[in-house]
Design a protein around this ligand. Structure first.
Ligand code: BMP
Length: 452
């Protein structure tokens, strides 16, 4: 299920279009669920996303050359929305025959050169209204090529109605509903199993360190109500620019791996820097320096990437000791740059030990340029930031070594500050919707973790 589908199911529940209990349906049968999608049409964004899903379905079915018609009344807003967005002619089916003029049942037919019609409805329960409408199209010699419904809640498909395709089945909604309940339950359980004192808010921590980036990020998170860093691991910088122009306002950090870029261009890099200032986010180059000092300096300031000219944050593995961070401390610009130390990793089989992590923390305390750690949880005091990669709603890994944990786990239980989300956003069907989803999950989990 992609983030747009997730969003629609979420709105169906939030707008009270779905209820559990004992209900009698239109056809007289009893049901434990009540579905009435009428409230959805209040929200233009919901209509738009439903139209996008209808568009994908139509493309998948390779249906072409049709006029679109919403079944009265519930299907009409979606058919009209679709007609406008995708420049598709529409006709209008009446519920009752017109009593004057041409006595039409269908409007918009005059001069129409299309012979096929595609029907849109909101919910199909037995299919009777769909069946009843067919006669009107037959009369006008229009071939009904199929129907797309938002929700198919038929108990059984009697086969009476041909070519009905749905965006969702009742099972999808039930499954999503239990997932949502389980999530709420998990949050409550996580909260009750939380033993340490509640965390200090981002705002309350401002000033605990003299590191300017530390303070800047804390203020930025409060201002944007976001603790989301996005890892844009694309191989095209143009693509990165494009995506950042859309999601930049919702995130606090963009994390990059410039050495996987295939179309590197310093000018484009400068444009990304400009965008970061306009939309207020910080650029983090995940280079994980770990060299002898002299090579580190060349990697940071020279080569073709000239990282020091555009990256606000860079990070270090301390396996080679503290020489790199020592040097960084002398050459970084404290106004808008800082370092992060890798203290733990998310992937299976890494060699980080407790002892190593503790040594990283101790080194971090010695260098003013260090504003925080890449770690799987809060590992030291409030004067550092904790950034956690390996975040995903589903705990399934990536078939290689990556391991994911939920935003709730990272923020509520593990006490981290910033979640880093990569492919769960970049490989989703709608990057903006999944960015908003992780932003909301991250921020709500942070707010929950503040509770005493
Ligand atoms: P994804 O969410 O798509 O699995 O991406 C995770 C990103 O975070 C990658 O860019 C990876 O290099 C980085 N990362 C990680 O996954 N685990 C770590 O411990 C440290 C990382 O920098």
């Amino acid at each position: 299920m992609d983030s747009r589908q997730h969003y629609i199911l979420q709105r169906i529940i939030e707008l009270n279009c779905f209820k559990e209990g004992k209900f009698t349906l239109k056809n007289g049968s009893e049901s434990n669920y009540y579905i009435n999608l009428r409230n959805l049409i209040r929200e233009p964004e919901v209509i738009k996303v439903i139209c996008e899903l209808i568009y994908d379905k139509i493309n998948f079915l390779s249906w072409k050359d049709f006029v679109i018609c919403g079944l009265p009344y519930a299907g009409i807003p979606y058919a009209q929305g679709y007609s406008i967005i995708y420049n598709t002619p529409s006709v209008f089916l009446r519920k009752e025959q017109k009593k004057h003029g041409m006595n039409n049942m269908i409007d918009g037919l005059e001069g129409l050169d299309k012979k096929k019609v595609l029907l849109i409805d909101d919910v199909i329960t037995s299919g009777s209204s769909n069946q009843e409408s067919l006669v009107h199209f037959e009369k006008e010699k229009l071939e009904v090529i199929g129907t797309i419904v938002i929700m198919d809640r038929r108990i059984e498909n009697t086969g009476l109605i041909e070519n009905v395709n749905s965006l969702f089945k009742l099972e999808d909604l039930l499954q999503y509903n239990s997932y949502r309940k389980a999530n709420l339950l998990q949050e409550t359980q996580l909260l009750s199993s939380k033993t340490e004192e509640s965390r200090k808010s981002y705002g309350e921590r401002v000033g605990l360190s003299n590191n300017k980036m530390f303070n800047f990020l804390l203020n930025l998170m409060e201002e944007k109500k976001s603790n989301l860093a996005v890892s844009l691991d694309y191989t095209s910088l143009k693509q990165i620019y494009k995506v950042l122009s859309v999601i930049g306002e919702h995130i606090v950090i963009v994390k990059l791996h410039m050495d996987i870029i295939e179309d590197f261009d310093m000018d484009l890099c400068s444009q990304i820097v400009k965008l970061s200032k306009d939309l207020k986010f910080v650029i983090f180059e995940d280079r994980k320096f770990s060299e002898i000092g002299s090579i580190f300096q060349k990697q940071y300031q020279g080569g073709m990437y000239r990282i020091s000219e555009w990256a606000n944050l860079v990070n270090f593995h301390l396996i080679s000791g503290d020489s790199n961070i020592q040097l960084f401390d002398k050459i970084y610009n404290p106004e808008d740059q800082a370092g992060l130390l890798v203290a733990q990793m998310s992937n299976k089989g890494n060699l980080f030990s407790k002892d190593y992590t503790n040594q990283v923390i101790e080194i971090g305390k010695r260098y003013p340029s260090v504003c925080g750690f890449i770690s799987q949880k809060k590992i030291a005091g409030n004067e550092f930031l904790y950034l956690t990669p390996g975040i995903g709603i589903s705990k399934e890994g990536d078939n290689l070594d990556q391991q994911y944990k939920s935003p709730q786990q990272a923020l509520i239980i593990d006490g981290t500050d910033i979640i880093i989300v990569g492919r769960n956003i970049t490989q989703s069907k709608s990057i903006i919707k999944s960015t908003l989803l992780y932003k909301e999950l991250g921020w709500n989990s942070y707010l929950l973790s503040l509770r005493k």
